[in-house]
Write a new protein. Structure first.
Length: 452
């Protein structure tokens, strides 16, 4: 009996202890759950705030427009300078590289454009990850490449300094500027990009005239002519780079986004851009040589590139800047691609001085919008604005191969047939097909008649 009582007495307090402990555990579990919920809500709230900030584009203001102005200055020095290669092509054929074929010389310009686009594949993601400070080393390297070009005498030296080093530095300098503009603008992105890319047109007007005048001055010669251009770039880039700042926090994920190549609109846009870039640079490279072949003076022919780029200024401002935001960016890319392809077909039948000058102006207006519209359309594909630089960089890398092989292919056609008819046929076909292929993207995005 005593043992039984003792057992009950001992058993009673033990059960009470267990009950008390269970209550404490339950209370702690409830408190921990509430804490976790609070933390989760805080994280979700912070994530929502960050997403709201990312998608809240300023679309104007002093800082946003200063970024666009700085990017325009960068493109003035980079893409604008490359647009002047037609003057170099004509000069090399009669001076340092007169023993080389036009196709050989065009490889210098092709490499420059190739590395411009492929360099963007590095410059864009670097800007996404590290911000505006990435532009400074690239800009200094670019000026260095121009200075090295002024010392070149042999073909391989021009290939290394102007073609490879200059091209890589150009792409890594240009990409951060264009990516930054995409972070600040959404509804007005077409206008902002139009102003930015118009900087290349201004450079494309000034550099060919300046180079032609200085090349003709025996007191300056080739070396000092190119060095003066380098000092101008140093001043302009020094001012422009200070204005370019990233709006968004760094993206610490993968350097590249392979999943983008599974998106049908993206790969179709790259296919279209590849074909258009394959043919669009041909008149820019060969128009002065074509004009000289049909009796135009060398001095007047040197102005053709400036006329073409001057007209492209209005094409890049009006078409991407005004019409693209109202009519649709893909709509304008399709229209510009088709019209440019038709113009290239017409090129071969124009032989008079007046006709060639008019062609240069019209072609510049239409073709000038292609590069800016391609970058504009690439920027609208990613759903997260933090990926704009990476999408643009990868897209530019793909189109770089078109810029690499286009001019040499046409140079080989000129060398074989001693005529520009085959050049016009080849370039016209690829640009026209590239423009028409944009219709595939429009069908995927909701219909041919839709404003996209």
């Amino acid at each position: 009996m005593e043992s039984t009582k003792t057992h009950k007495v001992k058993d009673g307090p033990t059960n009470i202890g267990i009950a008390v402990d269970s209550d404490v555990v339950i209370e702690r579990s409830v408190e921990e759950a509430e804490t976790k919920n609070e933390r989760l809500e805080a994280v979700q709230s912070e994530s929502e705030k960050q997403n709201a900030f990312i998608m809240d584009f300023p679309d104007g203001g002093a800082r946003a427009w200063s970024v666009a102005a700085g990017a325009a200055g960068v493109l003035f020095c980079t893409f604008g300078y490359i647009n002047a290669f037609g003057v170099y092509q004509e000069y090399y054929q009669t001076h340092q590289l007169s023993h080389r074929t036009p196709s050989d010389i065009s490889w210098i310009g092709s490499l420059q454009v190739f590395f411009l686009f492929s360099g963007s594949a590095v410059g864009g993601p670097l800007f996404d990850r590290y911000g505006g400070r990435t532009i400074w080393p690239a800009a200094l390297l670019y000026v260095f490449s121009v200075m090295m070009t002024s010392l070149c005498k042999e073909y391989y030296q021009f290939m290394l300094a102007q073609g490879i080093l200059g091209g890589v530095a150009t792409g890594m300098t240009m990409a951060p500027g264009m990516t930054a503009v995409g972070q600040y603008f959404n509804k007005k992105r077409g206008a902002a990009m139009g102003i930015t890319v118009a900087g290349s047109s201004v450079g494309g007007v000034i550099f060919p005239i300046a180079l032609a005048k200085m090349f003709a001055n025996p007191k300056l010669g080739f070396g000092w002519s190119v060095r003066i251009i380098g000092f101008i770039m140093l001043a302009v880039l020094g001012i422009s780079c200070t204005t370019i700042r990233a709006r968004l926090p760094p993206r610490k994920k993968s350097f590249f986004l392979p999943a983008a190549f599974k998106e049908l609109p993206y790969i179709t846009l790259l296919f279209s851009a590849f074909l258009m870039i394959l043919g669009v640079f041909i008149p820019i490279f060969y128009l002065p040589s074509y004009a000289v072949q049909y009796g135009m003076s060398t001095e007047l022919a040197s102005y053709l590139v400036s006329i073409l780029n001057g007209a492209s200024f209005f094409g890049r401002v009006v078409i991407p800047g005004i019409l693209a935001d109202k009519i649709g960016r893909l709509n304008m890319l399709c229209a510009v691609g088709v019209s440019t392809g038709i113009l290239v077909f017409c090129w071969q039948s124009i032989t008079s001085n007046a006709g060639i000058i008019v062609f240069a102006a019209i072609y510049g207006f239409c073709s000038g919008a292609i590069v800016s519209l391609v970058t504009l359309c690439l920027a609208m594909v990613p759903k997260n604005p933090q990926n704009i630089g990476t999408y643009m960089g990868m897209g530019m890398f793909v189109t770089a191969f078109a810029a690499l092989i286009g001019p040499p292919i046409n140079g080989a056609l000129v060398e074989r047939y001693h005529s520009f008819h085959q050049v016009a046929d080849f370039s016209g076909v690829v640009v026209l097909v590239g423009g028409l292929s944009v219709l595939v993207i429009k069908v995927v995005e909701g219909g041919i008649l839709k404003k996209v």
